[in-house]
Design a protein. Structure first.
Length: 54
């Protein structure tokens, strides 16, 4: 049996958010951080590539 991925997700690396959180007083840091992501499927892959100059 062969399994194929039908979707992938693109997201920014957490570097900038990590620096922002590192500058916060520990008591004020967010306990959970959800990074924005983009779902890429067969239907929207060509458009996403075009938008990102690939």
């Amino acid at each position: 049996m062969q399994l194929l991925a039908t979707v992938t997700f693109a997201y920014m690396t957490p570097g900038a958010e990590g620096l922002r959180q590192g500058d916060q007083v520990p008591e004020r840091r967010e306990k959970t951080i959800t990074l924005p992501m983009q779902k890429i499927t067969k239907k929207n892959a060509a458009q996403i590539l075009k938008e990102n100059g690939v």
